[in-house]
Design a protein around this ligand. Structure first.
Ligand SMILES: C[S@@+](CC[C@H](N)C(=O)[O-])C[C@H]1O[C@@H](n2cnc3c(N)ncnc32)[C@H](O)[C@@H]1O
Length: 262
């Protein structure tokens, strides 16, 4: 199948196919608090503080939460939840509020030009090629200086991984975990975004990252007596690779995309 046909297939699914709308309150809290803390300036400085939550799911609860969190940063923020499923758009209308709206739309972003797009647990439903094309379309739809956050998490948001992209390409991969329930860092593998989930094989950058994290986690075992947070912080600090571990106390680790890119 040509790339064009694959993308057409992806678009057809985006516009027509029923997909699971699984969501839950507070499921996306980790990505939201990272967005506010690490990339808050994107929204603070925006000429037009428009944010899209793409694929908000069966209920608009995480879009409502996103709006609340971003309003604290930028009181005039406008969050638009976009869904391909018209019934979900209709069902979300009672939750609309000042600065929060719900519309039908897909990767074309309904013609909007947001400064931030959050697309969590959406692209995992597509094949790899369609997801890669979706990245490009979404990047092209960003306002100047804009940010796309695309990733995946478990049902209650205790394991998550997301990629931050700007108009030029992917910039970082962030892993995030509820440390009290984390068995091993490599258990985050099952939450990797579509671009990486099939690439977690020996020889690949993301595989090396998870292996190194596991080894550092093992070496830090004595610190488990002080709690899993101390152990994770030590494991991240021991990594001999480029990383941003300033938020490791929160169970996060961010690495440059170039170190894990397939
Ligand atoms: C699993 S739910 C995720 C809901 C929420 N973002 C979360 O993480 O809890 C995925 C949603 O994405 C929607 N979806 C899939 N492809 C889409 C597209 N191209 N544009 C907009 N929504 C899409 C589906 O209809 C579904 O409701």
């Amino acid at each position: 199948m040509t790339r064009q046909k694959r993308y057409a297939a992806g678009r057809a699914r985006a516009l027509g196919l029923a997909t699971r709308g699984t969501t839950a309150p507070q499921r996306l809290r980790r990505v939201d608090r990272w967005l506010v803390a690490v990339h808050g300036d994107v929204l603070r400085r925006a000429a037009d503080p428009l944010v899209v939550d793409l694929g908000y799911g069966a209920t608009p609860v995480t879009a409502v939460e996103l709006h609340g969190r971003l309003r604290a940063l930028r009181p005039d923020v406008r969050v638009v939840g976009l869904e391909i499923d018209p019934e979900r758009v209709a069902a979300a209308q009672p939750a609309a509020a000042d600065g929060l709206a719900f519309r039908r739309g897909g990767f074309e972003l309904a013609g909007l030009r947001p400064v931030v797009v959050r697309a969590l647990n959406v692209l995992r439903q597509y094949d790899e090629a369609a997801a890669a094309d979706a990245w490009r379309v979404l990047q092209g739809g960003l306002a100047p200086g804009g940010l796309l956050v695309e990733g995946t998490c478990d049902e209650v948001g205790r394991r998550a991984a997301w990629v931050a992209l700007d108009a030029d390409g992917p910039r970082t991969l962030t892993l995030a975990a509820h440390l009290a329930t984390l068995e091993r860092p490599s258990s985050l593998a099952e939450r990797l975004p579509k671009a990486l989930i099939h690439r977690n094989v020996p020889g690949a950058g993301v595989h090396a990252l998870l292996q190194e994290l596991d080894a550092a986690w093992d070496r830090a075992a004595p610190l488990a007596a002080y709690g899993p947070r101390q152990r994770w912080v030590a494991a991240c600090a021991a990594l001999d690779r480029p990383r941003d571990d300033r938020r490791s106390r929160l169970g996060e680790l961010t690495v440059p995309w170039g170190t894990v890119a397939p």
